[in-house]
Write a protein of this length. Structure first.
Length: 431
């Protein structure tokens, strides 16, 4: 195409040269003929350039499209095609952007785009009903000037991406699950989900469990007392001793389940306050817990190895910390072989934290189960759980204790090699 354009241009120049030579030979006025020919060629070229200039000024309009051949004609064609390609691309981009905005606007969750200065660039309609933020009115305003919650400001400053809950500034009856997601050169996407109905359902469930546990505790205590009385009676026939012992065992297990459910209910409904915590040296508590475990005969002292950083203390609720340690250690004992080894480690972690790690070389946990271990009554192997005892609530209690103290639980395991449970606690949970 380009070679053809230059060929046309050269032919036009060649035609002018031939006409100039012919006219000069006939007239014998070579200077005048050459000058006239040059002027004619320049005028034609200037007219083409003027038409090209006008076309460029019109924005490469279809109506003012120059129509001539040669190199300039080829340049016009290439620019026109490039313009059409850009228009097609822009049309597709605009349609895609419009579709994106319509899709985001239709999402019931509030979605807000923040620029690098944490100013609002765009917000969907749900942002107005959940956060009181109008995408047009509040454009360019810093998000912290509109959402003044201490919880929100804390997460905005810490650059954390984990979900957190806060009350809606629009209504105290709305509870929101918030998340700040960084993307594209320090921009942020703020997402807020309305979880009020979920919170209400959870509250109803916790209330029901707490009430049911309280109501069951008294009659179950009476039943257990009568069973113990019957079992201690020397006149009890031999044939009934085994059934009564089994009934006593089940009653004790039910009492433990109710006790654990009540503990969970308290953990879920009670926030950690300053009056609840004290400075605790975990080494002392571990010694007491292990003394109780050794006395019960659950595990031999030679099977347990303890590594403690001397003098490492944290602020925590004493009762919660004892429960945390006991449940993690008891869980390792239950799922380890009689000749297995349990390693307990208490050491600093990442400056402001401390780490309690309990590892075993037991049966291990398949990876597909690890994410569900802290759910209530979840059991990897129901048969083994029934044999070794337990309520299925221990790790759920551990999880809630850690959440109450702003900590977290990490679990790693390999089938046939053992498991590692790591509780990470802040030295000051209220900081």
């Amino acid at each position: 195409m380009i070679n053809h354009a230059w060929g046309t241009e050269f032919r036009l120049i060649g035609l002018f040269v031939v006409m100039t030579v012919v006219a000069g030979w006939i007239s014998q006025q070579w200077t005048i003929v050459i000058a006239v020919s040059a002027v004619i060629y320049l005028v034609m070229l200037l007219r083409k350039l003027h038409a090209l200039h006008q076309w460029l000024l019109s924005g490469l309009s279809d109506q003012h499209l120059p129509d001539y051949g040669g190199v300039l004609g080829e340049m016009v064609t290439l620019m026109y095609r490039h313009k059409k390609k850009i228009e097609t691309s822009n049309t597709a981009q605009i349609a895609l952007t419009q579709q994106f905005h319509e899709t985001i606007s239709a999402i019931p969750s509030a979605t807000i785009i923040l620029n690098t200065q944490e100013e609002i660039e765009w917000a969907n309609s749900a942002a107005l009903s959940l956060l009181g933020i109008d995408g047009q009115r509040d454009l360019g305003i810093k998000i912290e000037n509109l959402l003044r919650s201490e919880m929100f400001i804390k997460h905005l400053r810490s650059k954390q991406t984990e979900n957190f809950e806060m009350m809606s500034p629009v209504s105290n009856e709305l509870t929101l699950s918030m998340q700040l997601v960084p993307y594209s050169q320090q921009r942020k996407l703020l997402i807020a989900h309305n979880i009020s109905s979920h919170i209400a359902l959870q509250r109803s469930r916790r209330t029901f469990i707490a009430n049911a546990s309280h109501e069951l505790r008294t009659p179950l205590t009476v039943i257990a007392g009568y069973l113990e009385y019957v079992h201690s009676d020397d006149s009890l026939p031999e044939a009934l001793k085994t059934p009564v012992e089994k009934a006593m065992s089940q009653a004790q297990n039910m009492e433990q389940i109710i006790s654990d459910l009540l503990s969970l209910s308290k953990l879920e409904n009670k926030l950690l306050k300053k009056k609840d915590i004290q400075l605790i040296d975990l080494q002392v508590h571990l010694d007491k817990i292990m003394h109780t475990i050794y006395a019960s005969g659950q595990v031999a002292a030679r099977q347990v190895k303890i590594s403690v950083t001397s003098g490492l203390a944290i602020e925590a609720c004493e009762k919660d910390l004892d429960s945390l340690c006991y449940n993690l250690i008891n869980n390792a004992i239950k799922y380890s072989d009689e000749q297995g080894t349990i390693q307990i480690t208490w050491q600093p972690y990442n400056g402001a934290y401390a780490m309690l790690q309990v590892s075993d070389d037991g049966i291990g946990i398949p990876p597909e189960h690890i994410g569900y271990l802290t759910e209530r009554f979840y059991r990897v192997d129901s048969g083994r759980s029934r044999r070794v005892g337990g309520t299925g609530l221990g790790l759920s209690i551990v999880k809630h204790i850690l959440e109450r103290h702003n900590g977290r639980l990490e679990i790693s395991s390999r089938v046939g090699e053992g498991s590692i449970f790591t509780a990470i606690l802040p030295k000051n949970p209220l900081a």
